[in-house]
Design a binder for this molecule. Sequence first.
Ligand code: ACO
Ligand code: AKG
Length: 376
Amino acid sequence: MKPWNVEICDVTLRDGEQTPGVSFTCTEKMEIASLLDETGVEVIEAGFPVVSDNEFRCVQQICRMGLDSRICCLARAVPGDIDAAIECEVDLVSIFIATSDLHMRIKYRCSPDEMLERALGMVDYAHDHGIAVRFAAEDASRTDHTFLQRMYAAGAEHGAEYSGFADTLGFMTPVEMIHFMEHTGSRIPNKLAVHCHNDLGCATANTITAAEYGAFQLHTTVNGIGERTGNARLEEVLALLRLKGGVDRYDLTRLPALSKKVEECSGIVMMDTKPVVGKNAFSHESGIHIAAMIEDPEAYEYLRPETVGRERQYILGKHTGRKAIEHVIASKGCSLTPGQMHWLLCQVKKVSEGKCRITDEVLMDLLREAHKQEQV
Ligand SMILES: CC(=O)SCCNC(=O)CCNC(=O)[C@H](O)C(C)(C)COP(=O)(O)OP(=O)(O)OC[C@H]1O[C@@H](n2cnc3c(N)ncnc32)[C@H](O)[C@@H]1OP(=O)(O)O
Ligand SMILES: O=C(O)CCC(=O)C(=O)O
């Protein structure tokens, strides 16, 4: 299979930082940027320079790190924002305008056509200063397709390398994304970037669907942080690109460290059930599952833990079966008689039904007790 033609633009340091209450220090931003670079992410959106003097300095410092990733920043279609991008020496500036009727009406004191003209002037301005441009439509998923097509065509004529499509309110479904790709996305003259929010839980699915239908630049954030319910998740998008899109150039073993770092720096704690990097992603308790996995882990794992720098764990608890407990006990170098093993299995179920987790410590106590049981 021919690998999908895609690149990642990770926006953790910009949209991710727009998560209410989150603010990264410059050092944290640089550490996260290094890890993204090591993972092989092609574009890092380092920030929005006009937000503050400190933000400006952070973007500038990330530009000076000498990373392989291209560094991008966000800018409104106003000269001051483009000047800041130029001064930071970013490789790519994302010049955005909101394009839906609602946004145009409430935000700008001019007609859509005037706003588009003004924005194209900013594309020229950045382009003339040697900076690559993404010409992005905010609230694009609520925008008239004819206007979008006109905007993207004009942007490309003015030298924009990318056209950006944002599902800003995160309401699309994968079928709606296919519809957009077939009617507009796959027909634009330059590279399409998709930026999906997660308000209805479809951000990753929409992003990967867009990729399958020809979108080139995929926006992600680590752990899916970002405005409100966040953005498409880097870990999931990269795993899907590997497993469904044949894209194997990213170092997925960096993901656990990256995810941990962003969890620490953002204070946004991940769910145990989070795909790829969550605590439970490769943990198994059910007896029937483990009995089969002892024969072949593929029975209950589509993604291999070692592919993403993780390890498989067999957890003992209420749902443990005989084969699972025998396997766990043998892996600890212990042996029990069948009677002792049966006693231990019953105790494991009883203890965990009493809401106590079977930690290593609890298991060792139970094992000592098991040895005292009558030898059968
Ligand atoms: C969908 C997204 O994620 S877009 C990015 C959202 N991110 C942020 O807002 C980052 C944090 N924001 C900030 O720090 C501040 O809002 C700033 C520095 C960007 C701007 O601050 P202020 O100058 O005080 O403006 P304020 O936030 O009150 O209003 C936004 C202004 O930007 C204008 N604006 C918004 N989007 C655009 C755009 N794409 N192009 C041009 N102007 C825009 C609005 O019309 C409004 O202009 P006005 O002040 O002339 O009415
Ligand atoms: O498309 C982009 O590059 C930015 C737009 C954005 O952040 C959004 O609409 O949520």
